[in-house]
Structures are given as structure tokens and as C-alpha cells.
Design a protein around this ligand. Structure first.
Ligand SMILES: C[S@@+](CC[C@H](N)C(=O)[O-])C[C@H]1O[C@@H](n2cnc3c(N)ncnc32)[C@H](O)[C@@H]1O
Length: 375
């Protein structure tokens, strides 16, 4: 009992930090590190489920409890109520257990209030919402996915309410399958290897996940902080590979020097909301247009780096039409010397001259990929 209670206390403290502006994945990682000795791995998984689930389902949870509270709640109390409702509604915890466990972890002065609210929610759960509220997304995300992808869009958003479970590579690095599939396509398109420039490389998952055919792999990133994380990872996993800080719109590499360029571009990340539980609450609609412009500029600069016959790969962990097929078509129309390359694996759904996996296809991030060869 005390272990379970302490898991919930750890979760509550982490949720409060996130509510005050912390980034969910790093707050959770720090919280778990602090209790590394005290909690079993089962308890840590429970903390993870409570924190990520409560953040993800915030909109649906607030819809369920808010009608029973007439005043503004302190952050800690509001978060505790969400945590209680999450257990009641989404984890199927029996009402008495969810109520007692939640009341136990709130300050004495609000125990009565929290108890009353959770009791009301447990009695009225059948009054459940639909659409964006039920699945806990901002309206614009729900409407965009439905407009561009229809039922597939809704299925994608619903799939991202269960976290992706990334696997450990043989070298110990934890990476989602869709990212590994991008690496496989980069490798398959250039069997003779040579020099590869990975121009948006940090933190380095793909740079360090490429095959052994490459003679030289250089990873670059615009952010100094992220480039240093990349350098550290390169050093730990692939000592001969290099890391530099550089803006891919103005790359500091010789024209026509590379056999392959990978542009794993900055994007809205709307396909990665499964592993970033708070992302849906921060991504703005305006980011799509802004990032698509940046993606196109990076691609235009990157193709100048290719030797004749060299391969350009463009990948993004999103599924907006603008950042995927839109950018690829704009790029192809501005660079008629770039010939589309067919993807190696059948797992990708066709999308223009490239491919995409949606989160519901294999339980991974949503990821799009396009490849071209310089004629
Ligand atoms: C999707 S992430 C890359 C993930 C990485 N390839 C991996 O697999 O670990 C995009 C990266 O692009 C970087 N970035 C953003 N704008 C950039 C620019 N103009 N030039 C180079 N890197 C940029 C960001 O700092 C971020 O690290």
C-alpha cells in the first residue's frame, strides 16, 4: 500500500511541475531518477502511466470534473483531481480505491472537496463526451486530422493516446521503429556508402543508427546545445563519426561533396504525440506554414551538396499534407534535376513519390519519407 501511495505522490509532484511549465518527458525522467532506489520498476512504470496519461487526457478529464467545482482550484488540487479521474475513467481503478488513493495525497483542507468531486464523477461517467473532447485534443488538431485524412486521421490521433514503446537497439540506444525504418531507407538507397551529411542530426538517433557502409558520417545541427548532445552520443556510440554545429539553410560544406544527405527536418511533430504527451497542448496551427517554408529552404540548400548520382532523403515525424507531400512537390518542381527514388520497404503507404506510416499502422510514430537522386 505504501509503495502504491508513494507512486501516486511522485506522479502528483511531477504533474504539478508540468502544469507550471515543465516539459513532460524531462520532468518525468528527473522525477524517476530521484526515486530510482525507492521504487521498483513496476512502480516506475505506474508513475509513467499516471503522468503521461493524465497529461494526454487533460481535456477529457477536465470535461468530466469541472461541472462539479464552482471555484478556481490550486494547481496541486486541480492536478490531483485529474489524476483521480484518470484512474477512475481510463485505468478502470475501482471507485473506492481511486477515491481513497487520491484523497490520501492531497492537503487535509481539501480532502472533503476532492472526495466529493471524485464521487460525483464516478456516478456520472456515462455522460461521456465525443470527438475532440473525448479523445482529448485541441479542436484544431482534431479538425485538421479529420479534414486531411478522414477516418484515418481520427484513427491516428486515437492511436497516439497509447504511447509508442520504442525498443533498445543493439548498442543500447532507445529508438522508435519508424526512425529505424528511415535509417534503413537511407542505407538501402546508397549501397556503396561514401560521405553522408546528416544536416538536422541532433540528438543523433539516426546518425548513430545508420549502417556500416558509410566511410564518413557527419552530423550537424543548428542548436549549439543539441549539437553538443549529438557530439556526446557520437563519441559514445560511433567514435569515428563527427558532429558540427551548422545551419542547414547555409551549410558550411563544399558543394557536390556528398554521396548522400539526410534532412530529418524540424517539423510540427504531430506524428510523435504518442511519445510526447504534452505536445498537443503546445503545438500551434501557425507552425505548419512556418516549418514548411524552413523545410523547403533546407532541402534546396541540401541538394547543392550532392555529387551527381547522390541521394537526398527528407523525413519528418508529422503527417500534415503541407509538410509532407506539399514540401516534396514544391521541392521537386523547383529542382527538376532531382529524380524520385522508390522506397525499399513495402511498409510505407504511398504518398506522392514517397511514403508515410501513420501511428495506427504499426503502433509507431507517424513518419513520412521522400528520396531523390541527383541526375
Ligand atoms: C527532428 S529533429 C532531428 C532528430 C534526429 N535526426 C534524430 O534522429 O535524433 C530536427 C533537428 O533539426 C534541428 N534544426 C532546426 N533548424 C535547423 C536548421 N536550420 N539547421 C540545422 N538543424 C536545424 C533541431 O535543432 C533538431 O535537433
Amino acid at each position: 500500500m505504501s509503495e502504491v501511495l508513494s507512486s501516486r505522490q511522485v506522479a502528483l509532484a511531477a504533474l504539478c511541475e508540468v502544469e507550471k511549465g515543465g516539459q513532460a518527458n524531462s520532468v518525468l525522467a528527473d522525477a524517476l531518477n530521484r526515486v530510482d532506489e525507492e521504487l521498483s520498476s513496476r512502480d516506475k512504470n505506474f508513475v509513467t502511466e499516471l503522468v503521461q496519461g493524465t497529461i494526454r487526457m487533460r481535456r477529457a478529464l477536465d470535461h468530466l470534473w469541472a461541472p462539479f467545482v464552482k471555484r478556481e482550484l490550486d494547481v496541486e488540487v486541480k492536478v490531483a483531481v485529474r489524476l483521480g479521474v484518470y484512474q477512475l475513467v481510463f485505468l478502470g481503478t475501482p471507485p473506492h480505491a481511486a477515491l481513497n488513493a487520491t484523497v490520501d495525497i492531497v492537503p487535509r483542507r481539501v480532502k472533503g472537496l476532492v472526495n466529493a468531486v471524485l464521487r460525483r464523477v464516478s456516478e456520472t461517467q456515462t455522460n461521456f463526451p465525443t470527438g475532440a473532447v473525448k479523445n482529448s485534443y485541441p479542436d484544431w488538431i482534431w479538425n485538421w486530422a479529420e479534414k486531411e485524412w478522414g477516418l484515418d486521421g481520427q484513427a491516428a490521433l486515437i492511436a497516439m493516446n497509447s504511447a509508442e514503446r520504442p525498443e533498445k537497439r543493439l548498442d543500447g540506444y532507445i529508438q522508435g521503429s519508424a526512425s529505424r525504418w528511415v535509417c534503413s531507407e537511407v542505407d538501402a538507397a546508397s549501397p556503396n556508402g561514401g560521405l553522408l551529411l546528416d544536416v538536422c542530426a541532433a540528438p543523433g538517433g539516426k546518425t548513430t543508427g545508420l549502417g556500416h557502409q558509410w566511410d564518413i558520417v557527419v552530423g550537424a545541427d543548428h542548436s549549439a546545445l543539441r549539437a553538443s548532445v549529438l557530439a556526446e552520443l557520437q563519441h559514445r556510440l560511433n567514435p569515428p563519426r563527427r558532429a558540427v554545429q551548422a545551419d542547414a539553410r547555409f551549410p558550411p560544406f563544399r558543394p557536390q561533396c556528398a554521396d548522400a544527405v539526410l534532412v530529418d527536418a524540424p517539423c510540427t511533430g504531430l506524428g510523435a504525440m504518442g511519445r510526447r504527451s504534452d505536445a498537443r497542448w503546445h503545438i500551434g496551427k501557425g507552425a505548419i506554414e512556418r516549418l514548411a517554408e524552413q523545410q523547403l529552404r533546407i532541402l534546396n540548400a541540401s541538394c547543392q551538396l550532392l555529387k551527381p548520382g547522390g541521394i537526398l532523403t527528407y523525413s519528418v515525424c508529422t503527417f500534415t499534407k503541407k509538410e509532407t507531400i506539399g514540401v516534396s512537390e514544391d521541392f521537386a518542381s523547383q529542382n527538376t534535376n532531382m529524380e524520385p527514388v522508390a522506397l525499399d520497404s513495402q511498409r510505407w503507404r504511398h504518398l506522392g513519390t514517397g511514403g508515410i506510416v501513420l501511428p495506427q499502422d504499426y503502433g509507431t510514430d507517424g513518419m513520412a519519407i521522400f528520396q531523390w537522386r541527383l541526375a
